[in-house]
Design a protein around this ligand. Structure first.
Ligand SMILES: Nc1nc2c(ncn2[C@@H]2O[C@H](COP(=O)(O)OP(=O)(O)OP(=O)(O)O)[C@@H](O)[C@H]2O)c(=O)[nH]1
Ligand SMILES: [Zn+2]
Length: 344
C-alpha cells in the first residue's frame, strides 16, 4: 500500500526488510529530503513533514530513511545501504554525515581541461569508502579534440567492470545513456570539480521534474522554504537524484580502505611481494615494482596510489594531533579548575 508512494523516493526491499508487518501497517516510512540546522524535512510520498532538530535524534543526513508514527513523530532511522561522510572541521573527532542511501555516484570529469586519471582515482576511492557503485561520466564529449573512444578505454582500465560513459550534457539524447542507473527505486548523486558540468547534468536528468516539485511545494504549508526541493529530485524515469553542496565539496579524507579498494590490482600484486610490509617503493622482491618494470602496471597509477595513501596518513595524523590538543586543553582546564577550587 505505501509501496507505490515510497518507491519514487528510492524505497527498496532492503529498507522494507527492516520493518515488522505491524510497523508497515501502523507507522510511516519517510525520506529526509532536506536537512537544515534547525529543521529536517522528510517526505512520506504523500506529504512533507518538518521535524525540529533536537538532541534526542540520532545523527542523520539527506537521503536517510526514518520511521514515523501515525502522528508524524520520529521513531527511528533505518540502517543505511551506503554513507558519504567526512571529518568535521574543528576537533575532527566526529564524522560529518553528507549523504545516505545512494546506489550510484556519477563521477563527472570533463573531457576538455579537467580530464585527469589521478583525479578520477581519487573519486573512485571516495565512492568505494562510501560503499557506493561508481560510474565515470566523461562530460563535454562534444568539446573533446582527442579520440573519445581512447579516453573511455583508458578510464575503463582503472577498475574491473567500471562503467564509463561519455556524454554531451547539453544534449538530452546523449544524457539518456545514464538512464540504466536512474530506474525506479534507485538513488544517484554527482561528484566532480567545479565547472565540469554537474548542474548541466542535473538539469538534463531532472529538468522538468524540478519545476514540478517546486510547484507542489507552493501548496503545502512549508511553501516558503524553496531550497527544500533542491536536495532530492525525482528523475522522470523513476529514480531519485540527491544533489547537495556537501556532496559537491567532498574531499579525500579518512578513506584508507577506499584507496585500497580502488587499487585492488595493486593489493593483489602485493600478495606476492617478498616482504609482508612492502611499501612498493624500492624493496627487493617487490611484485608491484616488477609489474611496473614489465609495463603491466602504469607508473602513474602507482605514484598516485602512494600520493593518496600519503595524504590519507597526513589527514589521520592531523586528526590525532587535534585530539591530543583537545586532551591537553581539557587537562589545563581541569588544572585551572582545581586551583580555583582550592582558592574558593
Ligand atoms: N559543450 C558543452 N558544454 C557543457 C557541457 N556540460 C556543461 N557544459 C557547460 O560548462 C559550463 C559549466 O557547467 P556547469 O553545469 O555549471 O558545471 P558544474 O559542475 O555544475 O559547476 P559548479 O556549479 O561550479 O560545480 C556551462 O557553461 C555549461 O553550459 C557539455 O557536455 N558540453
Ligand atoms: Zn611491494
Amino acid at each position: 500500500m505505501h509501496f507505490e508512494l515510497l518507491q519514487p523516493l528510492g524505497w527498496q526491499p532492503y529498507f522494507q526488510q527492516q520493518l515488522t508487518l505491524e510497523e508497515w501497517e501502523r507507522d510511516r516510512p519517510a525520506r529526509i529530503v532536506d536537512y537544515q540546522r534547525s529543521v529536517i524535512t522528510v517526505d512520506t510520498g504523500e506529504e512533507r513533514i518538518a521535524l525540529p532538530v533536537s538532541m534526542s535524534l540520532p545523527a542523520m543526513t539527506v537521503g536517510d530513511w526514518v520511521l514515523l508514527d501515525a502522528d508524524g513523530r520520529f521513531l527511528r532511522c533505518f540502517t543505511r545501504s551506503s554513507l558519504f561522510a567526512r571529518k568535521a572541521p574543528g576537533t575532527a573527532q566526529r564524522a560529518q554525515l553528507v549523504a545516505a542511501n545512494i546506489d550510484t555516484v556519477f563521477i563527472v570529469c570533463s573531457l576538455n581541461q579537467d580530464y585527469s586519471l589521478n583525479r578520477i582515482e581519487r573519486y573512485l576511492a571516495l565512492a568505494h569508502e562510501a560503499g557506493v557503485e561508481p560510474v565515470v561520466v566523461l562530460s563535454k564529449a562534444d568539446l573533446c579534440t582527442d579520440d573519445v573512444e581512447a579516453r573511455v578505454a583508458e578510464v575503463q582500465a582503472l577498475g574491473a567492470q567500471l562503467p564509463v560513459v561519455a556524454v554531451n550534457g547539453l544534449d538530452a539524447s546523449s544524457v539518456a545513456a545514464l538512464a540504466p542507473w536512474c530506474s525506479a527505486g534507485r538513488t544517484v548523486a554527482l561528484m566532480g570539480s567545479s565547472g565540469v558540468g554537474k548542474s548541466t547534468l542535473v538539469n538534463a536528468l531532472v529538468g522538468a521534474a524540478v519545476q514540478r516539485t517546486a510547484g507542489i511545494r507552493e501548496d503545502d504549508d512549508e511553501g516558503r522554504h524553496t531550497t527544500t526541493s533542491r536536495s532530492l529530485h525525482r528523475i522522470p524515469g523513476g529514480g531519485v537524484l540527491l544533489d547537495t553542496p556537501g556532496m559537491r565539496e567532498l574531499q579525500l579524507a579518512d578513506c584508507e580502505q577506499g584507496v585500497e579498494d580502488a587499487f585492488a590490482d595493486i593489493a593483489a600484486l602485493a600478495q606476492r611481494c617478498r616482504f609482508g610490509d612492502c611499501s612498493h617503493r624500492s624493496e627487493p622482491g617487490c611484485a608491484v615494482l616488477a609489474a611496473v618494470e614489465r609495463e603491466e602496471m602504469d607508473e602513474r597509477r602507482l605514484a598516485n596510489y602512494h600520493k593518496l595513501l600519503r595524504e590519507q596518513a597526513q589527514n589521520a595524523s592531523s586528526v590525532a594531533e587535534k585530539r591530543a590538543q583537545a586532551r591537553a586543553q581539557g587537562k589545563r582546564n581541569r588544572y585551572a579548575m582545581k586551583i580555583k577550587n582550592r582558592r574558593d
